[in-house]
Design a protein around this ligand. Structure first.
Ligand SMILES: Nc1ncnc2c1ncn2[C@@H]1O[C@H](COP(=O)(O)OP(=O)(O)OP(=O)(O)O)[C@@H](O)[C@H]1O
Ligand SMILES: [Mg+2]
Length: 376
């Protein structure tokens, strides 16, 4: 069982959005998932279509249980779909901090409540409130890993410093080794600002940052307001695709040999990239896709047999194309839909609307010239 907390003391950065939609995307991949709503605002509870006011028992009852009033976690679980369960919150949860004040072991209540659920769940996702109080400490004691959503409005040099500080606080506060992964949320890679934010996250956090980037989408808010996880509300949405990729990324960290082998095949560089002299690897990842073509200025925008990406299993498609040095615009055609390359931040406006992805293939000569310039 893996326990992942979604935490950041900054409010409104996307903790609940990531927790709910990741939980749903993992459930869709056949894993049994429990989403624990640790926030008295109960946004995750509502986002899964449960009215907190209608819930008979919630996490408050579990965390404040005593010898003569025992409420175990399994007693409050609500099934919300195939493989997806919710431990609901309620406004009462805000009283936990005061009620348990001075009680020994108060930071381990959730950990103890989760013990014994091993055989039922493969993943437990903890949606934390926007503070570093007792509820978040309970999450960090229980979790082995933490996802920290980062969105652009909290970004400036000060924002980055705050994030760095909070990662350190999270690591220290947990009292045990914790893997912390920043995840970029609500970032529009079509804007220069979006790309700059991403670059900064990657520079600061390197390999620790999740490779998936969640784009902005109006459907995120709509789905939450209607109490449906986004992947079930709008399966073809761009943010849905990102959450599926995020689930895939999380799953690929598991020790299973077939997932590991696949992970090793995927280079960390963004697609597309030069694999050999004159040959470019194009890659597209979507577990729901069945046919994927790459079309562009190099093949006259024609989805012929050579343009088809080969399915490699687990939603990964790849092909290699011989390209001369130059700058090319291209797009993928995924089950008949024209989409830009989600892994390539470089885009240009397309003549018939939307954007094309842009690829630059450099020649040896050009590179040497550039290197010579850099050296002088
Ligand atoms: N990728 C996105 N695209 C569009 N809207 C988003 C996206 N991510 C989050 N939002 C919106 O931003 C708001 C804040 O998101 P969310 O509630 O997930 O943040 P949070 O960190 O859980 O907030 P809190 O700190 O209050 O718990 C919500 O209205 C949500 O719908
Ligand atoms: Mg929240």
């Amino acid at each position: 069982m893996r326990i992942l907390a979604v935490a950041n003391q900054k409010g409104g950065c996307g903790k609940t959005t990531v927790a709910v939609n990741l939980a749903c995307a993992l459930a869709d991949r056949g894993r049994r998932v429990l989403l624990v709503d640790l926030d008295p605002q109960a946004h995750a509870t509502a986002a899964l279509g449960v009215d907190p006011a209608e819930v008979h028992q919630n996490l408050y009852d579990v965390l404040t249980a005593s010898e003569d009033r025992q409420v175990t976690l399994d007693r409050i679980l609500i099934e919300r779909g195939e493989n997806l369960f919710l431990a609901p919150s309620a406004v009462f949860l805000s009283a936990v901090e005061q009620e348990l004040s001075g009680v020994p072991g108060r930071e381990e209540r959730l950990l103890k409540a989760i013990r014994g659920l091993d055989q039922f769940f493969r993943y437990i996702i903890l949606d934390c409130p926007p503070s570093l109080g007792l509820l978040t400490f309970n999450a960090l004691r229980a979790a082995g890993e933490v996802l920290v959503p980062v969105e652009p409005s909290s970004f400036s040099l000060r924002g980055i410093q705050l994030l760095q500080d909070s990662v350190e606080i999270l690591e220290n506060a947990s009292g045990h080794a914790l893997r912390v992964y920043p995840i970029a949320n609500n970032i529009n890679l079509r804007t220069r600002f979006g790309r700059a934010v991403l670059e900064e996250i990657r520079q600061r956090f390197g390999e620790r940052a999740m490779k998936t980037i969640i784009p902005p989408s109006t459907r995120v808010k709509e789905a939450a307001a209607l109490g449906r996880p986004l992947p079930w509300f709008d399966p073809s949405n761009s943010a849905t695709r990102a959450f599926k990729n995020l689930a895939w990324e999380i799953l690929s960290q598991e020790e299973e040999p077939e997932i590991k082998a696949l992970e090793e095949r995927i280079e960390s560089q963004a697609s597309p990239h030069l694999v050999e002299e004159g040959q470019v690897l194009f890659r597209y990842q979507d577990p729901q896709a069945s046919t994927v073509y790459v079309v562009g200025e190099f093949n006259n925008w024609t989805p012929n047999q050579e343009a088809r990406l080969e399915p490699k299993g687990q939603g990964l498609f790849e092909t290699r194309i011989d390209l001369k040095p130059g700058i090319y615009q291209y797009r993928f055609i995924v089950d008949g839909r024209w989409v830009e390359d989600p892994e390539n931040p470089r885009t240009a406006p397309a003549p018939f609307g939307g954007v094309n992805s842009v690829l630059e293939v450099r020649g040896e000569k050009e590179k040497t010239q550039e290197e010579a310039e850099a050296a002088s």
